[in-house]
Design a protein around this ligand. Structure first.
Ligand SMILES: Cc1ncc(COP(=O)(O)O)c(C=O)c1O
Length: 920
């Protein structure tokens, strides 16, 4: 059994979203039960039919409910008794109460919701914004899974024993879920997002006693129907399986094996504490609280809150601190009203007195960064307060010196390109596969990257290659297979470092499926793989196979290369815009590091960090990074699974809607990833064409997979270009979307999105689609032909995407070299000399003349159109006809680095003679 990977039986399911988040589907079933129960209670005539319907839903729900503490055995028993005694009114009232409480989450704070006889409060407090909530609030609530071999008849007593230990000063409130088998425990861990801790009493069985069809479907979907073993001690394997799926959970093992011996083994490294047999229940209770508190603690944010409450006299250069310049002002008092008091009380330039310095953290920022590293599976973490734009420059400059070579996706964010200018590293641009039809790029194929490395090796330049620099996932959702890519690159150069720009993908570590495709998930997996003795054997076999191949043999490109376990170093840097996918304020970003050689670069990295970090970093940003980490560690699993389920549902709703899908479609994995990078053959996330075994296999093995939460909504068939459609959605429907391409918009599903948001979007699309239908019905032939022509121009007559051409010879060490790296920094600074530059208008005949007969057009700067947002020219690049054609066809307003009135900025031919790159 492998909870993390395989789905063992075909599990065609109508409700695919349940794979990601069963919670919403559960709420739907309670809603169904509620309405069936009301019909039963109200409708005398069809009473029998209504009762049967209730019975059917209840039979489906009951076994599922054993994985959650609420409503729990007592309320479920009352519900069943009401059913058995034919008391439809009591049944309906109770079903309604439970359904509502589940939906609102009110059971977490209101004890009345747990009592069949008490009335629940009408207004669930959780749904309100904090400033209008009851100030006393409730303690944070969670659930604890107890896996026990005990007779279920004794479970209630066990629960009572733990609940008796509750004290008023406990920081949290928890309820208990008990199960009696490996399968049930694993399923509870998968399904129940409220779980924070698992207490495992060894000696339980493997198989579930349930035989409910819905449960069986779940078991099959997660690969839990594969019999694991024979009643041997399953505690440690269960702990490992759960940790694999949800690394954030605290696991406690109670066993009668020799705990002292067990504690010293690698097997139990993921277990927080081991107890011997039946030790003190109080110890277990306190350990559970302590474990959750560990994740709840926010060293920096908590100190900032304390700091804000102290009466401070401030004599530093920050008049806004404490709010006095605002609250006493005649003219800007509304600012105080708008932002509230705390933000001013929490403003400071202090780095002492309970605060810390971001530039040289020794106290609570240091602690917050350490916690972040642990939570995100990294060895260390740095906070950045000027977005990932800064984080990328820090990493590039921290690891590269002038003359080093970086193999980089030409479409990466501009911060990387500027990083090369700053560091003097030479970019070796590699191209992503184009998706011309949608005017966007995907990711860079592994063959392209391997070829670049092998060519550099052939020219004796491998020692200068310091970094591989890729964007994962891309803006449009292309997820690399970082494990495989890094593995093959490390086989060619075992000490290569990687920067994965995961600006959009910071959440990924908290979703068990996305984790396979993120930098830190891959770093951990590779590090474990190369320590395994089985790998050494595989490597020896592999060496024997490639032993006779010449270094330049093209077969190397297609073979799966393996690195030498004695030489390989895992050196992975991830940057993420925490503000883009988690609850951090704008510009909050992180650098996560897993670098086994960090001690060699720590000094230069630190230097780069200081070079780019403000000496007045915003305290609220730092605090929000600390809090974002807390949230992800405590509810990241539930949030990421739910958002993925929501995205899958939205995709399916749009593409199967009879009218919407005529004009708007969500691009599928099949459309977004060419077949050669999608060996699994997966086409979509939708049954019946795909089942979840296919999806997990695809995410495990394919070279690229599509993140379902990045929804490319094609709007060309509706006659809208991306920019126009974005404007329409904002102006008419109050819908803000992410980015656009020529014929699409990007709808991003995030941890904040709800089913109501999805419903709103579907409603807008439905309205627009019907308007187009009605208009087409009324229009004459000319108007219809005009519409068809517009659609053609948006969907068929799309401009080809220009590739990077080459650096001009003046910026290359050796014009005859087969490798394409260049001195971009020298070209960049050449343009500081006004006399070395000229402007030529885009439409002028001179351009066509020079493209034909020379002298070559050489760009003096970056030219970056938005959309698509990648540089079609970089300093020192020779401009080719395809770039000019693309620019002439571009109908976007924003083109950074280009002023239409002046023309394209070029380096003059006579400025391109002898270049002395060393002086730059
Ligand atoms: C791939 C990528 N990297 C980096 C950035 C910059 O991140 P930030 O906005 O946090 O500075 C962006 C911004 O959109 C991006 O798309």
């Amino acid at each position: 059994m492998n909870l993390n990977v395989t789905i063992n039986k075909d599990s065609h399911s109508r409700s695919v979203d349940e794979f990601f988040f069963a919670g919403d589907a559960r709420h739907d079933r309670w809603r169904e039960l509620n309405s069936a129960a009301h019909r039963w209670a109200a409708d005398g005539r069809s009473k029998e039919g209504a009762r049967e319907r209730v019975q059917k839903i209840l039979a489906e729900l009951s076994p599922m409910e054993e994985f959650w503490a609420y409503p729990g055995p007592a309320l479920m028993r009352t519900l069943r008794e009401a059913f058995d005694s034919q008391n439809a009114a009591v049944f309906a009232r109770l079903a309604q109460k439970v359904g509502r409480s589940l939906l609102s989450g009110n059971y977490r704070t209101d004890s009345a919701d747990w009592d069949a006889l008490l009335e629940a409060s009408l207004q669930p407090t959780e749904a309100l914004p904090p400033d209008v909530q009851d100030a006393t609030g409730g303690k944070p609530y969670f659930e604890v899974l107890i896996v026990t071999p005990n007779d279920p008849a004794r479970w209630e007593e066990g629960r009572r024993q733990l609940y008796r230990l509750r004290r008023p000063d406990d920081p949290f409130l928890y309820h208990v879920v008990q199960v009696g088998s490996f399968e049930d425990a694993a399923l509870a861990a998968v399904l129940n997002g409220d779980l924070q801790a698992v207490v495992i009493y060894d000696g339980f069985d493997f198989e579930t006693h349930h035989d409910a069809p819905l449960l069986r479907a779940h078991l099959s979907r997660y690969g839990l129907d594969d019999v694991f073993g024979d009643g041997a001690a399953l505690g440690v394997p269960l702990a490992r399986a759960i940790k694999n799926w949800r690394p954030e959970l605290d696991i406690y093992l109670i066993t009668d094996r020799s705990v002292e011996e067990l504690a010293g083994t690698e097997e139990v490294s993921g277990i927080r504490r081991i107890f011997y047999d039946v030790e003190e229940a109080l110890e277990i209770h306190l350990s559970i609280m302590d474990g959750v508190n560990d994740r709840y603690r926010t060293p920096y944010f908590s100190n900032l809150k304390t700091y804000a409450q102290r009466p401070m006299g401030t004599f530093h250069a920050l008049p806004i601190a404490r709010g006095k310049s605002v609250f006493r002002s005649n003219w800007i008092r509304d600012m105080g009203h708008f932002y509230g008091t705390n933000i001013f009380l929490a403003e400071s330039s202090a780095t002492t007195g309970g605060l810390d310095s971001l530039l040289e953290p020794t106290n609570n920022i240091k602690l917050a960064q350490e916690r972040t590293a642990k939570a995100f599976g990294a060895q260390r973490a740095y906070f950045a307060t000027n977005g990932t734009s800064t984080s990328n420059k820090i990493v590039v400059q921290g690891l590269c010196a002038p003359g080093d070579i970086v193999i980089v996706d030409r479409n990466c964010h501009k911060s990387h390109h500027y990083g090369f200018v700053l560091s003097g590293a030479q970019p070796y641009y590699v191209e992503a596969f184009p998706l011309t039809e949608f005017s966007m790029y995907g990711g860079v194929p592994m063959r392209t990257i391997k070829k670049a490395l092998l060519d550099l090796r052939a020219e004796g330049k491998l020692d200068r290659v310091k970094l591989i620099d890729m964007t994962n996932c891309t803006f449009d959702g292309h997820m690399y297979n970082p494990r495989r890519l890094m593995e093959e690159c490390l086989a060619i150069k075992p000490d290569l470092a990687f920067i994965w720009d995961e600006a959009w993908f910071g959440f990924a570590y908290f979703s068990p499926l996305h984790r396979k495709r993120c930098a830190m998930g891959a770093a951990k997996a590779l590090s474990e793989k190369y320590r395994d003795p089985a790998y050494r054997k595989a490597y020896e076999k592999h060496r024997a196979e490639i032993g006779s191949l010449d270094d330049s043999d093209p077969k190397l490109i297609d073979m799966h290369l393996l690195p030498d376990p004695d030489k390989v170093r895992i050196r992975v840097y991830q940057t993420n815009s925490t503000h883009k996918s988690m609850s951090a304020f704008r510009q909050g970003s992180m650098i996560l590091i897993w670098d086994e050689d960090f001690h060699h670069v720590e000094g230069t990295f630190q230097e780069a960090f200081l070079a780019h970090t403000s000496t007045s970093p915003n305290l609220q940003l730092i605090a929000s990074l600390d809090v974002a980490r807390r949230q992800m560690e405590l509810e990241g699993y539930e949030l990421t699974m739910r958002m993925t389920g929501l995205a899958v549902e939205l995709r399916s709703r749009i593409n199967t809607h009879p009218v919407i899908s005529k004009y708007f479609r969500v691009a599928t994995p099949e459309q977004m990833i060419p077949a050669e990078f999608r060996k699994s053959g997966i086409q979509d996330y939708d049954p019946p064409r795909t089942n979840w075994r296919d999806v997990t296999t695809a995410w495990e093995e394919d070279e690229f997979a599509l993140d379902p939460t990045r929804i490319t909504l094609l709007c060309g068939a509706a006659g809208f270009d991306g920019t126009q459609f974005k404007g329409l959605l904002a102006d008419r429907f109050d819908v803000q979307i992410n980015k656009t391409s020529r014929n699409s918009i990007l709808v991003q599903i995030n941890i904040n999105n709800t089913r109501a948001d999805a419903a709103h979007l579907i409603k807008c699309l439905n309205e627009l689609a019907h308007e187009i239908e009605n208009r087409k019905r009324r229009e004459d032939d000319d108007a219809r032909e005009a519409f068809a022509a517009r659609v053609r121009s948006l969907t068929i007559d799309v401009p080809d995407l220009p590739n990077f051409s080459a650096f001009h010879d003046a910026f290359r060490d050796n014009a005859a070299s087969a490798t394409s790296e260049g001195h971009m920094r020298a070209a960049f600074f050449k343009a500081y000399d006004e006399k070395a530059c000229e402007y030529v208008k885009l439409s002028s005949p001179e351009i066509d003349e020079r493209l034909k007969n020379g002298p070559p057009l050489v760009s003096a700067n970056f030219v970056i159109p938005y959309p698509p947002g990648f540089p079609i020219m970089v300093p020192g690049q020779v401009i080719q006809p395809d770039t000019i054609t693309f620019m002439r066809k571009l109908d976007v307003k924003e083109i950074h680095g280009y002023q239409a009135a002046r023309g394209i900025k070029l380096l003059k031919p006579d400025a391109l003679k002898a270049q002395d790159h060393r002086s730059r």
